[in-house]
Design a protein around this ligand. Structure first.
Ligand code: FPP
Length: 255
């Protein structure tokens, strides 16, 4: 059991909680939402919220390494986020580059492998290059996979998967009747990863926002009002404790 002191946000009481390392989710996914509202509440520009969001990410990555979570997928930039003002989009791309430059050495030392999902070729060259370089330099690490969803959209991913499968059919490598769930899984950006066990959605929104549409079919959801920049390891801990109370049946019955 992993012992940990966490603050119950409602009662403000400090409680000792226990986590069972054998029942940890292998793959945690997070929609890092609420950065803009966090900034607005403080009279700050939106980019200040995103910067604070990077600090939350640093803390959560460290917590995942400390507690033995194997895969963390975070939604950093969606295919829809291009609709935002140019200044915010550029600010987010610069934050990504800065994050990778500033954190790479530490992430390497901690055994973090960086991966990404999304249409990387649609990113500004600087961001694409930095990401490819970070992936190359961390490819042998195996403590935690930090999977960055960037220029990612669940529907775009399914479009890309359909195209890939269609080409295999045209080339005679696959018959239409051979297309099954495994073939589709293997055509997704996440083909090498298991589906997320736990999805964390901060900022109180009750939607999926085009994130991992195929992969979240049986994922447990944990939703909180906390804005992402305020989210810290104590909140992750609470999500993990709650996850361990859930009974996962995957459409079957309790044995
Ligand atoms: C959603 O909040 C958040 C984003 C669109 C960007 C998330 C990016 C980061 C946390 C930092 C950059 C990431 C890396 C990997 C360095 P929102 O802006 O929609 O918030 P709002 O709904 O309150 O407006």
């Amino acid at each position: 059991m992993i012992g940990f002191l966490t603050k119950d946000r409602k009662s403000k009481k400090i409680k000792e909680k226990q986590l069972d390392p054998k029942r940890l989710p292998k793959h945690v996914a997070i929609i890092m939402d609420g950065n803009g509202r966090w900034a607005k509440k403080r009279g700050l520009p939106r980019i200040a919220g995103h910067k604070a969001g990077v600090e939350a990410l640093r803390d959560i990555v460290r917590a995942c390494v400390d507690w033995g979570i194997k895969i963390l997928t975070v939604y950093a930039f969606s295919t829809e986020n291009w609709k935002r003002p140019e200044e915010e989009v550029n600010g987010l791309m610069n934050l990504l580059v800065e994050y990778l430059r500033r954190e790479l050495l530490d992430l390497k030392q901690k055994g973090v492998q960086i991966r990404s999902i999304g249409r990387l070729e649609g990113l500004p060259t600087k961001a694409e290059k930095e990401l490819i370089q970070a992936e190359k330099e961390t490819v042998d690490n195996n403590k935690l996979i930090l999977n960055l969803a960037i220029n990612y959209g669940g529907r775009t991913e399914l479009v890309d998967a359909c195209r890939k499968i269609a080409y295999e059919v045209i080339e005679g490598k696959l018959k239409p009747e051979e297309i099954d769930e495994q073939v589709i899984k293997n055509a997704l950006y996440t083909r090498e990863l298991p589906d997320p066990d736990l999805l964390i959605r901060p900022s109180g929104e009750l939607r999926i926002s085009n994130f991992l549409l195929w992969q979240l079919a049986y994922t447990e959801f944990w939703i909180t009002d906390i804005y992402w920049p305020d989210f810290r390891r104590g909140d992750l801990y609470q999500a993990l404790v709650d996850y361990q109370q859930r009974e996962r049946r995957f459409g079957g019955l309790k044995i």
